[in-house]
Design a binder for this molecule. Structure first.
Ligand SMILES: Nc1nc2c(c(=O)[nH]1)N[C@H]1C(S)=C(S)[C@@H](COP(=O)(O)O)O[C@H]1N2
Ligand SMILES: [Mo]
Length: 221
């Protein structure tokens, strides 16, 4: 008795892990509308990069799950490791191709904590007090992960280390850096940018940038 939408998507993930599935193609054009390609790796944050030592680091995964868990760094890194290359799209219009992430696949985490059938959304909390929300189906793409590595090396603090979320198919603000909590819930709860006029869904392929269509006052970077 699991969450039916999870079971459905797991098959594709299993094929990818077996090396039998091709990378996800979301459109005929690799660059979503209104985006331009960057070769650097811009840093976007709220002006805070909260440092934490690995022995103090915890990841609290709970909500409507069969097996809530508070991971230490050691526990978390003992989970099966996943590496993947994906594209990253920020709503401020830069996109970066071929970002090589490493860490724990979202599917692996879901296997451990086992969300209940009524779960429909996932809420993320970060150590800079940032929050964001996504639909359960969004973390069940085969390229969503909790990243602890970038380009084969420990994830640098400025990019959200020691661990961050990566959900390539949504605008970057859904990929919480400095993550400290993941909550599986039945009812949605808009996060930091979502309450400030950014789209709840954040799909780059339909240019779903702002709720209501117009830029909120904070959009100027
Ligand atoms: N905790 C936290 N996560 C965050 C942000 C933030 O300010 N705080 N900014 C978001 C935005 S707007 C983007 S585009 C990406 C940027 O990731 P990068 O700095 O590694 O490029 O992180 C997202 N995750
Ligand atoms: Mo962003």
């Amino acid at each position: 008795m699991g969450n039916p939408s999870i079971i459905e998507r797991k098959e594709r993930f299993a094929r990818k892990m077996a090396g039998k599935a091709k990378p996800t193609v979301r459109s005929t054009s690799r660059l979503p509308p209104g985006q331009h390609l960057t070769t650097g790796f811009p840093v976007l944050d709220l002006g805070i990069q909260p440092e934490i030592s690995l022995d103090k680091w915890r990841l609290d995964v709970g909500g409507l799950v069969e097996n809530p868990k508070i991971f230490t760094w050691e526990d978390f890194n003992a989970l099966p490791q996943f590496e993947d290359v994906s594209d990253f799209h920020c709503v401020t219009t830069w996109s970066k191709f071929d970002v090589r992430w490493g860490g724990v696949a979202f599917f692996t985490l879901i296997d451990v904590v086992r969300p209940k059938p009524e779960v429909r959304y996932v809420l993320f909390g970060s150590r800079d007090n940032y929050t964001t929300n996504v639909r359960l189906e969004d973390v069940m793409d085969d390229d969503a992960l909790i990243a602890t590595k970038y380009d084969g090396k420990p994830l640098p603090l400025e990019h959200g280390g020691p661990a961050r979320i990566v959900i390539p198919k949504l605008y970057g603000w859904k990929s919480a850096k400095f993550v400290q909590s993941i909550e599986f819930v039945a009812d949605d709860k808009p996060g930091f940018w979502e309450v400030r006029g950014y789209s709840n869904i954040a799909d780059p392929w339909t240019e779903d940038r702002f709720s209501g269509g117009a830029p909120p006052p904070s959009y100027n970077s």
